[in-house]
Ligand binder design. Structure first.
Ligand code: SAH
Ligand code: SF4
Ligand code: F3S
Length: 442
């Protein structure tokens, strides 16, 4: 029986945050802890927060409230809060006041200090708050602990230098800092030695990779070519792309490399130039359409997915129609749709002409009707085709089936031998549900 103390980490937010949680777990394992799925049994519970929308914050606050009862039963329980929420002005201190049962409140810039802060805050009666200003240079982290599997996340740059008027990320994640190519390549090589076959390169804006690196001449395309050479690695994914920084050189690099998948997640946010300008996205609808056309020309089998915001301040019915119209024109394979959520400290939160909640909800529902229809169409087009699947293992929903993903990142369920985990298999697609494909191995 394993007698080591246990830890659990709840993650809200994007893949960058998921990757930070893996780094937190690496620190906790070094300190002798082992993972548990059960919050109620854990000796250490960390909450890694997100503040990109109000709904994400509400979930973290809800969790903190629930943990209060657990702490009352087990006073030795350690509770820590990390992530983007704590980095907003005044939030960490307010949290410490409202949730005195928390041991540690940690910002995004001092994750490196977690082991020291953990020891310092273990036995304190009141929360230890440590939210630092931005680091001068990119800190070096231990490699995150993955929960098994053939796929891993690799952060290539932190922060964001864009200032989209709705977005809180630049305020809580700081400016862009890239990791050196050699450091990323050696991390990927080490992952491959441990059985990883697919990496997803992470950054708020991966297309800005390298701009801050000394010497110049290094960009996202350079990095893709370097990683394409890693023996034993089968697939490279990346997220998120920014349309403004997506150069033709990068489009061609993706077309020329074998391992980089034909899936482009390129958030457009709105189809109306008037909205794009007010969001300060730095491109027009026409430039975005041109980018997608160039992608489809270079990579004819490309799958294109996007993010959309409805109800941004000043959005008229006509602006909203322009978004619906763009979706139909470009036929996105999948869209992530959001209602605009005002974030304190961002310019758009103070714009006049905020859209009433009821209208935002109505537009979101109308948008989802269109985007869901397009996604179903995209899945149906896959029926009868032969796809390359990276087998992840036994399906969670059906133990008689295997689960894997296509190069387009669509989940596929099919019968086969569990020993195929980690292998590439050809599968014929026979049917589709809304998000999952079903098929037979060839
Ligand atoms: N760096 C990435 C992802 C940012 S957050 C990018 O720039 O694309 C992921 C998505 O959340 C964004 O693309 C946007 O669609 C949405 N989002 C960001 N801030 C938001 C806000 N205040 N309200 C609603 N959605 C928002
Ligand atoms: Fe959330 Fe954005 Fe932070 Fe990711 S970077 S955790 S989406 S606020
Ligand atoms: Fe940056 Fe993306 Fe926002 S590029 S400013 S995080 S929407």
């Amino acid at each position: 029986m394993d007698l080591r103390p246990t830890c659990h980490i709840d993650t809200y937010g994007c893949q960058m945050n998921e990757n930070d949680s893996e780094i937190l777990l690496a620190y906790l394992e070094e300190l002798g802890y082992t993972w548990t799925d059960e919050v109620s049994e854990a000796d250490v519970v960390m909450i890694n927060t997100c503040c990109v929308r109000e709904s994400a914050e509400d979930r973290a606050y809800g969790r903190l409230g629930e943990l209060k009862a657990l702490k009352a039963q087990r006073p030795e329980l350690f509770i820590g809060v990390a992530g983007c929420m704590t980095q907003q002005p005044g939030v960490a201190d307010a949290m410490a006041q409202r949730y005195p049962h928390v041991n540690l409140i940690l910002g995004t810039h001092n994750l490196r200090r977690f082991p020291d802060l953990f020891s310092a805050s273990r036995t304190r009666a009141l929360p230890l708050v440590d939210v630092a200003a931005e680091p001068e240079e990119m800190p070096v982290f231990p490699r995150g602990v993955r929960q098994g599997g053939v796929s891993a996340w690799v952060t290539i740059l932190r922060g964001c230098d864009k200032r989209c008027t709705y977005c809180i990320v630049p305020y809580v994640r700081g400016r862009e800092m890239s990791r050196p190519v050699a450091e990323i390549v050696s991390e990927v090589e080490a992952l491959v030695r441990e059985g990883v076959r697919e990496v997803t390169l992470l950054g708020q804006n991966v297309n800005a990779y390298g701009k801050d690196l000394p010497g110049g001449g290094i960009n996202f395309a350079t990095l893709l070519f370097a990683l394409d050479e890693v023996d034993g690695l089968e697939r490279i994914r990346y997220t998120t792309s920014h349309p403004r920084d997506f150069t033709q050189e990068m489009v061609e690099a993706i077309a020329q490399t074998r391992k980089v998948c034909e899936h482009f997640h390129v958030p457009v946010q709105s189809g109306a130039n008037h909205m794009l300008r007010r969001m300060a996205r730095g491109y027009t609808r026409e430039r975005y359409v041109d980018l997608i056309e160039r992608i489809r020309q270079a990579v004819p089998s490309a799958s294109i997915t996007t993010d959309l915001i409805v109800g941004f301040p000043g959005e008229t019915e006509e602006d909203f129609q322009a978004t619906l119209d763009l979706c139909k024109q470009l036929r996105f394979d999948k869209s992530y749709t959001f209602m605009y959520s005002p974030r304190k400290g961002t310019p758009a939160a103070d714009f006049p002409e905020q859209i009433p909640l009821a209208l935002k909800k109505e537009r979101l529902a109308r948008l989802i009707e269109v985007t869901d229809h397009l996604s179903r169409d995209a899945n149906e087009r896959a029926i009868g085709t032969e796809v390359e699947v990276l087998v992840e293992g036994i399906s969670k929903k059906n133990a008689q089936r295997l689960m894997g993903r296509t190069r387009h990142n669509q989940p596929v369920v099919f019968p086969g031998d569990p020993a195929w985990a980690g292998e590439l298999r050809r599968v014929r697609v026979l049917r589709t549900n809304t998000w999952t494909l079903g098929g037979e191995p060839l």
